[in-house]
Ligand binder design. Structure first.
Ligand code: DGY
Length: 324
């Protein structure tokens, strides 16, 4: 008997077609968000659940899983919505989809950097509202990227992809990470390592958050650290909403303690604090880092490979282990 795979969200068509050929599958045709009851029902019946960032798979959900549940094959790289320890203690394998969304997420970080620093969204709003009257020598002045100091927090795959793009734009790349890169990588990216995050923040013109959300990185950009930023500096977040103290960020933006923010992710998605929408010094997009046809198909492919590997009796390469 083929294993029962339950998808919590609608995935790209060819991924779903392939799933149907390989496994018994329950799709989510109207792509609604699963309620907690639906999630619990799914983990009770499935052999394999394919969740996404929109599903909170906490200890209680895992605790109610049926004996058959062998795997949580996450569609996405971030697994902060899954209680990894609870899964591990129940012997449930968790996998993710790293690597295939790196470049697209880095593109969105640079897009946000360009939009907020060059004020393109503000300009577009002015144009669309019919308020643009004339070109002006002093109108819509933003800030040049070239020569500015960019501080990347989290120098994994995505951080490094941001760094290589930033180098092309002429930014000076700095970074803070749990461990320092090897000399050759630092040289290639022209990146300077800062052991002290606080010291790095005080010297940067732009901060880009590219770390995963873990207990160690929750609110890593705390109120105190936002306070260390220079008045002309920008904050870019394509990581997770909870790596920033969002309330403190809003106050810093309202009081112009920092110059602006480019945001792809929020603390309580899909609810976004409405104050962000009224601030001119914010560019905000709805969690679009990996939103390309290519990345989403590649993510689906990895989910398929992860499931098939486990079902065939092997250990999936993209297994995520809890840090115990
Ligand atoms: C990821 O893969 O982590 C994206 O943010 C979507 O979940």
């Amino acid at each position: 008997m083929k294993p029962l795979v339950i998808l919590t969200r609608k995935l790209p068509e060819n991924v779903e077609e392939r799933m149907k050929k390989l496994f018994r599958v329950e799709l989510n045709a109207d792509d609604h968000l699963f309620s907690r009851e639906e999630l619990i029902d799914a983990v009770q019946r499935a052999d394999i659940l394919v969740p996404t960032v929109t599903d909170k798979i906490d200890a209680q959900v895992i605790g109610s899983a049926g004996e058959n549940l062998r795997m949580l094959a996450n569609f996405g790289v971030g697994v902060d919505h899954i209680d990894l320890k609870a899964a591990q203690s129940r012997g449930i394998t968790v996998t993710n989809t790293p690597g295939v969304l790196t470049e697209d997420t880095a593109d969105i970080a640079i897009t946000l950097m360009l939009s907020i620093m060059r004020r393109t969204n503000e300009g577009e709003r002015e144009l669309r509202s019919g308020k643009w009257e004339k070109w002006a020598p002093t109108g819509m002045l933003g800030r040049q990227l070239r020569g500015k100091n960019l501080g990347i927090i989290g120098m994994g795959r995505i951080g490094q992809a941001v760094a290589s793009r930033a180098k092309v734009f002429g930014l000076e790349v700095h970074y803070h990470n749990r461990s320092q890169l090897d000399g050759a990588s630092e040289k290639e990216l022209g990146a300077t390592y800062w052991r002290s995050l606080d010291q790095m923040i005080t010297q940067m013109d732009v901060i880009s958050l590219n770390c995963p959300s873990t207990p160690d990185t929750q609110k890593i950009m705390s109120k105190r650290r936002i306070g260390l930023m220079q008045k002309h500096a920008y904050l870019i977040n394509t990581a997770r909403g909870d790596v920033v103290d969002e309330a403190a960020l809003i106050v810093a933006l309202e009081e112009k303690h920092i110059a602006g923010a480019g945001l792809d992710v929020y603390e309580n998605e899909p609810h976004v604090d409405e104050r962000f929408f009224t601030l001119e010094n914010v560019v905000a997009v709805p969690h679009m880092g990996s939103a390309t046809e290519e990345a989403r198909i590649a993510m689906g492919e990895l989910v398929l490979i992860n499931i098939k590997t486990l079902v065939d009796g092997h250990s999936p390469r993209n297994r995520v282990l809890a840090r115990l």
